[in-house]
Design a binder for this molecule. Sequence first.
Ligand SMILES: Nc1nc2c(c(=O)[nH]1)N[C@H]1C(S)=C(S)[C@@H](COP(=O)(O)OP(=O)(O)OC[C@H]3O[C@@H](n4cnc5c(=O)[nH]c(N)nc54)[C@H](O)[C@@H]3O)O[C@H]1N2
Ligand SMILES: Nc1nc2c(c(=O)[nH]1)N[C@H]1C(S)=C(S)[C@@H](COP(=O)(O)OP(=O)(O)OC[C@H]3O[C@@H](n4cnc5c(=O)[nH]c(N)nc54)[C@H](O)[C@@H]3O)O[C@H]1N2
Ligand SMILES: [Mo]
Length: 886
Amino acid sequence: MQNENVSCVTVGAGTSACSINGSQEVRMTNSSTGGPVFVYVKDGKIVRLTPMDFDETDPESWKIEARGKVFTPPRKTTIAPFTAGQKSMVYSDKRILYPMKRVDFDPNGERNIQNRGVSGYERISWDEAAEIVCGEVNRIKREYGPSAILSTPSSHHLWGNVGYRHSTYFRFMNMMGFTYADHNPDSWEGWHWGGMHMWGFSWRLGNPEQYDLLEDGLKYAEMIVFWSSDPEVNSGIYAAFESTIRRKWLKDLGVKMVFIDPFFNHTANWIGDKWFSPKTGTDHALSFAIAYTWLTEGSYDKEYVATHAYGFEEWSEYVLGKTDGEPKTCEWAEKETGIPACDIRALAREWGKKNTYLAAGGLGGWGGACRATHGIEWSRGMIALATMQGMGKPGSNMWSTTQGAPLDTEFYFPGYAEGGISGDCDNSAAGFKFAWRMFDGKTTFPSPSNINNGQGQHIPRLKIPECIMGKEFQWSGKGFCGGDIPHQMHQYQYPAPGYSRIKMYWKYGGPHIGTMTATNRYAKMYTDSELDFVVSQSIWFEGEVPFADVILPACTNYERWDISEFANCSGYIPDNYTLCNHRVISLQMKCIEPLGESKSDYDIYAFFAKKLGFEGQFTEGKDELAWVEQYYNATDCPKLMTFADFFKKGYLVVPDNTTRKKTVALRWFAEEREKDTPDWGPRCNNSVGYKGLQTQTGKVEFIATSIKRFEEQGFVDEYRPAMHTYVKAWESHHCELAKKYPLGMLSPHPRFSMHTMGDGKDSFMNDIKDHRVEVDGYSYWIIRINSEDAAARGIKEGDLVRAFNDRGSVILYAQVGERTQPGTVHSYESCAVYDPLGKPGCSADRGGCVNILTPDRYMSKYACGMAPNSAQIEVEKWNGDIYEIY
Ligand SMILES: Nc1nc2c(c(=O)[nH]1)N[C@H]1C(S)=C(S)[C@@H](COP(=O)(O)OP(=O)(O)OC[C@H]3O[C@@H](n4cnc5c(=O)[nH]c(N)nc54)[C@H](O)[C@@H]3O)O[C@H]1N2
Ligand SMILES: Nc1nc2c(c(=O)[nH]1)N[C@H]1C(S)=C(S)[C@@H](COP(=O)(O)OP(=O)(O)OC[C@H]3O[C@@H](n4cnc5c(=O)[nH]c(N)nc54)[C@H](O)[C@@H]3O)O[C@H]1N2
Ligand SMILES: [Mo]
């Protein structure tokens, strides 16, 4: 849509917006996890959302010249499917419109804890809600101390840097005092626990930098190997379809596209030239066989390896079978992976000859394979292959086509992970830069160190059920920590010495049954008699929300003020706005009034802060819009536009910086120069200074010095040896469990929703036949099964089936076909609907939470990550039973 007929007017209380053809419809701006949007509002209702198209006043876009062509991006933004469907989410019939109380919960009498998840709700007023919640907070603090209050938000959040979980949420929680459930590094797992020990990048949790790789790729790429990578679905993260045009350019240039994925994924479907489908849990056998072929045929970069790798010779002996008697040949890998040896050899040979980019995962890093039982060795295998081909040289790098656009990295606008109004330098990246720009010295940062709270105790999110159910335990490792490489090796215990057990849970959102592991645990924990009180602060009635005693209705970002940049999260993915084709900063306007009696999370917290006695400290007398203005002025934006102009226009496009020096990722490493990219990381804490990687030797460590030292201290870990080794996955076709449960289930991220956000709630996504399918009026989640496996079980397309193992049962809709091979089934994770047919946590779920079937075992003994992409299951036609197990 063009803008000619749009004129800007002022509506309501200072709200700036543009009206269309003089009608009552106004065009406002907002943003989402899948792109910034124009929001058309009429009579106080959202009429539609569209991507943003730029006008002649917006700055020119960048140009790249390569192979005799000029490439420049379209002058508009793209949006993800879940953004296109957001209107249906705002007006969903599952919106929580009023504070609610469980009917049989009485804080001064019978609590009926055993009925959580079963009993219904009654409407209460905000004052009644405050009386109950503040009464419990104060009682629990008095009896046990603040550490008895557990809270955690989720990985994702409706967009906006002020109202975000790193911002408003931590500001409040740090002031109240609580025990935080640390997130495992869910997106990174194998890279965090394995990759980081091989090449550092701790400030990226083990993922590589991606600067200026688009230009390098357009100039030099001959082949791209997408390994556990489906960028048409995952968009790196938050970047909608911004990189689609780049893959089109590359395809048109004749670049060969190879896919390694047990699932015939959507990007492969569009541009794939060749698809390899390994059995689940065996990718690292394939990477070892490729390395074996290169070693025996001499088709790797020997000089590079000699100067850039540590432990390579000893590792080569292992690959060749000289130390363990098992040469990692293509024939050996065929037995492990099911891929014919001749195909593996052909891939290795072509890769050895051509300029090849390894798209390991969808971001340049990540990939479902890193969230599997072989995730640690898969990630290390990817780094090994990239190293053997001289990564950093022109035409050779680890790059997923998603990041690396030539945007202005000198212009400062923080991502959501930089803390917003929390100033929390422990739980966000506020300490990097933003806190110092945001706060003027008159304010005390509300960071944990200067507030009396329970931050000294934190527990792992993956063990919330065990903590709530009162178990004492110890664990090793911390996710989302990247101070240095050994940072992740810390040892912990629950309860932490001197701290309290959990008595109350203040949940923010409710997705865990659809997203964590062996998730019947998350349903069962709510009926534990030790858990005195549960409050859920949520937008929708979904997932685990119906287990709460009190529900507080939050509103969406279309009902409050905020500010943000397209895709920019920052923190552990510095400068990730290079996923996009333009840097777009949006004012997120309050487009409509909060529905019902819902409030923004900020207003909910301000209300409770008042009742708990710290309103002044929490709000500093500001509302959200005042914080947005302060935020704006702490960035580089005022150099381009005053806040008043920004307020009128609603968005800002950062101009192309034509004087910026191009600094290709890892080129400095390949050329043994000092690091010159704008990457954040500690550049020099090894023996070779700015010229080396962060590892102790400054090189890619095929034998990790950090793990070796840990081993010497007594922490010997079968599934994370110091040397990158072929360790058989603990849940795969090899293991005992596979005799009983022969199908390996993949559960990658859903194509049409952003995790649980967008699923269920009678949303637009529910109408997409590849997301859910309706049978007899009920919308079922889908499992994809090979036709041979289906025939052997008497299953036909459209049958309702029971997927099960010892962890539970899930009722699903069967899609039969050839997108997986026999032995592998596929079902997306992150279902938002939990609908147990009998007792919660003990019976089959009809909503589709396949994470019920995933293992809760940690990736390895000392690495407390999740491996949900590995789950051995069985599938049979559903006979209508509820399958209750206790
Ligand atoms: N099987 C399997 N499981 C996986 C993975 C996998 O590959 N396979 N991947 C893992 C990964 S990488 C991730 S990131 C996790 C994601 O797992 P989660 O973080 O558990 O899932 P989300 O859907 O992001 O949860 C967001 C929640 O926050 C709520 N919320 C959003 N915005 C707001 C707001 O403004 N206010 C309030 N009050 N609430 C809000 C939403 O309603 C929702 O309940 O899943 C992991 N689980
Ligand atoms: N539409 C949409 N986009 C998203 C998200 C979403 O929920 N929905 N989530 C965002 C988040 S939080 C993250 S972390 C990123 C994640 O981005 P990625 O980690 O790259 O995405 P995944 O979907 O987990 O996996 C990508 C591909 O890996 C394949 N795969 C899974 N296991 C294996 C394996 O063992 N071996 C091989 N070779 N392939 C495997 C899957 O079939 C899938 O096609 O995506 C982001 N983008
Ligand atoms: Mo993630």
